[in-house]
Ligand binder design. Structure first.
Ligand code: PLP
Length: 390
């Protein structure tokens, strides 16, 4: 491989660029995970992290990728044969469904259009039909990383309340947490699933379940097989500052630093920064004359923009040109979208000039691939960024 100077541009919608402060925080000797220093760190971390989720009864931290946290959310709340309600709104919704079915959960998977969010009215209608309250949970992906479409979680909870249905609400926030407004408690979510490698600006390797009192209360009745993921054992140990197994100590150092950075910036400012960079990206895409996958402007993600390539161009060829020529990784089209779209991640430790570089790489890649863009998306984005104060 040729030598490459400067930093690689990692513009996937996760893993995201890890800030130097977080890298430095992890670059320390591992300490005794049963000692007083570790216990003090756990206490500080759990309370500071809880504020990022918007207040939960407890936040469980697992040494796993977010797929593990999907499993943890289910084995701690469901029993074999339980029915859950899910919607076909993207690649990750499909993967979560697959995990549920492998665990022995019966999924009612409602067909949908990947270009649109899950409509609260649809949830309400499905729950209203369920007179005997067979559904134990409604499971939604807040920000579909494959499509760049956001679902209104507060609206889904209101729909569940209108239907007077007792189902739990399980929400995947893997690519929205710490980047877009999210309120675990205020929105009435029972289990929030997340991962470390996106808005939390860490390397991959940690995942989370933020849980409500109702989810904890139901834990004792859940009979899906569970061992490693058991909330009750972890909670008991967490109360003393520990974990029931060897934790990922150095990732926890990094997490504490990342959460400290988020609170220093202030979550409302973090969200506003992401909204602004997302808007600049969308302006660039529009100016190039390309089409954004998410159909409704109000449902477009603040962390990832999924973009159709023009007919006749393979999106993976474009991504390869951009990687080889300009040293930037973009997200690929997932599932049925393979080759048809590319995804631009604009989340995490990210600012105006990093976005300017990202969009420049795409614009040059389009040109090098023979696409005649309608106009300069970079110029449109820069004009917007220069005129809008952060
Ligand atoms: N859910 C969403 C929305 C995701 O974007 C991802 C990964 O990108 C996952 C779940 C799975 O996470 P992991 O790859 O960390 O297991």
């Amino acid at each position: 491989m040729n030598f490459r100077s400067g930093r690689h541009f990692l513009q996937l919608p996760g893993p995201t660029n890890v800030p130097d402060r977080v890298l430095r925080a992890m670059d320390r000797a591992t300490i005794d995970h049963r000692g007083a220093e570790f216990a003090e760190m756990t206490g500080q971390l759990l309370s500071s992290l809880n504020r990022v989720f918007g207040g939960a009864e407890h936040v469980f931290i697992f040494p796993s990728s977010a797929t593990g946290a999907w499993e943890a959310a289910m084995v701690n709340t469901l029993s074999p044969g339980d029915r859950v309600l899910m919607f076909d709104h993207g690649f990750f919704a499909n993967n979560w469904r697959m995990v549920a079915e492998r665990l022995g959960v019966t999924v009612d998977f409602v067909a949908g259009d990947w270009r649109c969010a899950v409509a609260p009215s649809m949830v309400e209608a499905k729950l209203a039909e369920d007179q005997n309250h067979q559904y134990r949970a409604v499971m939604i992906v807040h920000n579909e990383t494959s499509t760049g479409v956001v679902t209104d979680v507060a609206g889904i909870r209101e729909a569940m309340n209108r239907a007077q249905h007792p189902a739990l609400l399980l929400v995947d926030t893997v690519s929205s947490l710490a980047s877009m407004e999210y309120e675990h408690r205020a929105w009435g979510v029972d289990v929030t699933v997340s991962g470390s490698q996106k808005g939390l600006m860490l390397p991959p390797g940690l995942s989370f379940n933020a849980v409500s009192q109702k989810a904890l209360d139901g834990n004792a009745q859940a009979t899906l097989p569970q061992s490693y993921w058991r909330w009750d054992a972890i909670r008991e140990f967490n109360e003393r500052g520990f974990f029931p197994y060897t934790p990922a100590t150095n990732l926890l150092y990094g997490l504490l630093e990342a959460v400290t950075m988020l609170h220093e910036e202030g979550l409302p400012r973090v969200f506003a920064r992401h909204a602004r960079l997302a808007e600049a990206t969308r302006r660039a895409v529009k100016t190039w004359g390309l089409e954004i996958f998410a159909r409704e402007p109000a449902e477009r993600s603040q962390t990832v923009t999924t973009v159709f390539v023009p007919d006749g161009l393979d999106a993976d060829t474009l991504r390869r040109v951009i990687l080889e020529r300009f040293d930037m990784s973009l997200g690929s089209g997932l599932g049925a979208l393979k080759g048809k779209v590319f995804r631009v991640g604009h989340l995490g430790d990210f600012n105006d000039l990093m976005l300017a570089g990202t969009l420049s790489g795409i614009e040059m890649g389009l040109q090098a691939s023979g696409v005649r863009a309608a106009g300069s998306g970079v110029t449109a984005a820069l004009e917007f960024l220069a005129s809008e104060e952060s």
